[in-house]
Design a protein around this ligand. Structure first.
Ligand SMILES: NC(=O)c1ccc[n+]([C@@H]2O[C@H](COP(=O)([O-])OP(=O)(O)OC[C@H]3O[C@@H](n4cnc5c(N)ncnc54)[C@H](O)[C@@H]3O)[C@@H](O)[C@H]2O)c1
Length: 358
């Protein structure tokens, strides 16, 4: 089909009608005049039916292959748990569909590269859900860095730490086999990806440690609320509930601490960009403050601006990418470095050694 013809709607199948589908992509896509969602698919029938009803969609299905077999479908959104990203995306590409796949690409770098190669071979667009690349604050900070307002950017530190926030303890989120990891692959990817996007650096060495301390005894874990919960008795928790690391790159070095749970009641979600002329603290998902010294005095500015919905923006760009055959900032080829970094962090922790990347 000729996707450039704007009078023809892009026909979509949404696969996975859970949290991110209902909170981000279904509202965004269903509001676009040149998009039609033909299928709501979920293994859980009530979720597929509910999405079809709520957004007035064409059909619901429990088997995504029905949508892939439909020649009218141009593109699919893969909004399922991490362990299924690879299989569903590869099946969709082989069926000739363009794909938007939520983050992380998949559970590891090797499979991520296979996905990229398949999309390239078939000349199809494969974008990844790196929503922060469409956050207004991230765009502004990228401009500040590129304009040299920070001077030499020499170090970046990020913290993604919470007091008690292990999701669905004992379920897919805390299974290495199903999710590829814990707090690093779930939260850390957002922080590290936005850093790599802003700076454009290549990773050189990684030294890191991961910890599985507070969630490993599922019945002993004390908490108030559990997102993606409740705990699954008899389930498994073999992933990182805390991670810490240091990364050398072709530019600024990066250090980070992350915790789904810790015995410190402080939630910290920020990224600090340290330059020799200025520094920036980004409050994750919010605004930022720029610090500098000028005319012999210390100054700080907290810019004020409207923050548009980043999910709407990334979905709009995906549709534009299909229409124009563009590789945008969320094309898989632009996101692979983040997957490579995650692999190196886990490898360093496992081998208790610094990992050097070529
Ligand atoms: N970009 C972001 O800010 C962001 C936020 C949350 C989640 N995510 C990512 O989105 C993905 C989904 O997360 P979620 O929180 O929505 O999970 P969720 O569990 O709420 O929803 C996933 C849905 O997929 C369905 N599903 C599983 N396998 C399926 C299959 N083979 N076919 C059809 N449906 C299937 C499940 O039944 C479930 O309803 C994850 O990879 C997560 O990392 C991204």
């Amino acid at each position: 089909m000729d996707n450039t013809d704007k009078t023809k709607k892009i026909k979509i199948a949404v696969i996975g009608c859970g949290n991110i589908a209902n909170n981000a992509h279904l509202p965004a896509l269903s509001a676009m005049p040149d998009v039609e969602i033909l299928y709501a698919v979920d293994l859980i029938e009530e979720r597929a039916r509910a999405a079809k009803e709520r957004y007035g969609l064409g059909r619901w299905q429990t088997d995504y292959r029905a949508a892939l077999d439909d020649g009218d479908v141009n593109a699919v959104f893969v909004l399922t748990p991490n362990y299924s990203h690879y299989t569903i995306t590869m099946d969709a590409l082989k069926a000739g569909k363009h794909v938007f796949c939520e983050k992380p690409i998949t559970n590891n770098y090797a499979l991520s590269r296979e996905m990229a190669a398949e999309a390239e071979k078939r000349n199809l667009i494969l974008n990844i859900g790196v929503c922060n690349r469409y956050h207004k604050s991230v765009e502004l900070i990228k401009d500040f860095v590129e304009q040299g307002r920070l001077g030499e950017l020499y170090h970046i530190y990020c913290s993604f730490r919470s007091f008690r926030s292990i999701p669905g303890l004992g379920g897919a989120f805390t299974s290495k086999e199903k999710s590829g990891g814990g707090v690093l692959i779930d939260w850390g990817i957002h922080f590290l990806d936005l850093i790599l996007y802003i700076t454009g650096v290549k990773v050189r060495t990684v030294s890191a440690n991961t910890y599985n301390k507070l969630g490993r005894d599922i019945s002993a874990y004390v908490y108030k609320d559990m997102w993606a919960g409740p705990p699954v008795p008899g389930g498994v928790c073999d992933v990182d509930d805390m991670v810490s690391g240091f990364v050398r790159t072709s530019g600024a070095s990066i250090s980070f601490n992350g915790a789904w749970a810790q015995n410190i009641d402080q939630n910290e979600m920020f990224v600090d960009f340290m330059g020799d002329k200025g520094g920036i603290r980004l409050m994750y998902g919010k605004g930022f403050t720029f610090y500098t010294a000028q005319d012999g005095v210390l100054q700080s500015v907290t810019p004020d601006y409207h923050i548009p919905n980043m999910y709407q923006r990334e979905d709009l760009r995906f549709i534009e990418a299909l229409r124009q055959g563009l590789k945008t900032r969320s094309h898989i080829s632009a996101v692979l470095e983040s997957a490579r970094l995650l692999d190196a962090i886990y490898e360093s922790a496992e081998k208790e050694a610094e990992i050097r990347l070529n």
